[in-house]
Write a protein that binds this ligand. Sequence first.
Ligand code: KG4
Ligand code: ZN
Length: 331
Amino acid sequence: MKILGIETSCDETSTAIVENGTTVLSSTISSSIDWHKKYGGIVPEIATRHHVEVIAPILKESLAQSGLSLEEIDAIAVTQGPGLIGSLIIGIAFAKSLSLALKKPIIPVDHILAHIYSACMDNVGIKFPYLGLAASGGHSSIFIINDFDDFRLIGKTRDDALGESFDKVAKMLNLGFPGGPEIEKRAAKALNKKMLFNPPEIKNSYDLSYSGLKTAVLYYIKKQKQIEQQEIDSICFGFQEAAFQSLIKKLELAVLNFNTDSLAAGGGVTANSRLREMLKGLGIKLYLPALKYCSDNAAMVAGLAFRLYNKTGSGNIDFGPYSVFEEKWKP
Ligand code: KG4
Ligand code: ZN
């Protein structure tokens, strides 16, 4: 079964065609990130306009890459949420139009669960139940995944998402946007590998919190009269270690308390090689996406859609988007 996936939840417009949930026949991504850079964060209106402009050409390119015509597609999958409402609406309206015009089923997909599925696309051997981690610019969530349509959110950030905290710390240090890749590079070359900041911890919970750590970094920077380049590297190292250690602690607890021997992790932050190394240290089977599928992409949407379709069939076309503030599932 060949599914066309459409992803427009944030700043990436992406379409992909995936066969049977695993074989990516084409994957096309156009990001508006360069237009957001000067504002130091995502500007929803810019993202939405970009989706409108590029979604049709992106689809044409995906079809050309795969050598397929629209008629040869069996179903349409689209990110329903969470994300920026204006951006999601573009993808959903486009997907619904295709579904109606082509008389093909439509499958709405959750963006966070799709990130976790991206770790399983090449790894069909993963066994339920497994731990799922989504670590991105908008989310830091830990799940128990019992099946593709049966999952439980056990912990999430109570304030900033992990990637968001990287972006905010990078902004304080004038390292540009998005901050994750630059902080990773700086941390790797730090000569002073000291734990400058305490890893944040919420007791008796799998929940996370990064706003206190971000503030600790801000006060540390304010205390310095002048910041040399080497000091920036040390701050990046100290921040990154504290942020990841706090996440690892919660995952260790989950491994201990839940009957699972596997973790599937996805989202932009899972591109970080230090995080990948620390996740390996958990000592359970680790499933990670290829680097090109860590950030937002439609292949993960089409992949998960196949699994959902196999289990429950096509949904009703009468659905709308949901934002980060109205996640449809709660712990
Ligand atoms: O998954 P994603 O592309 O978009 C969302 O769904 O949010 O994640 C983007 C986030 C940004 O906050 C970015 O700074 C972070 O992922 N990120 C990283 C790295 N690469 C991207 N964070 C840490 N280390 C990286 N190498
Ligand atoms: Zn994402």
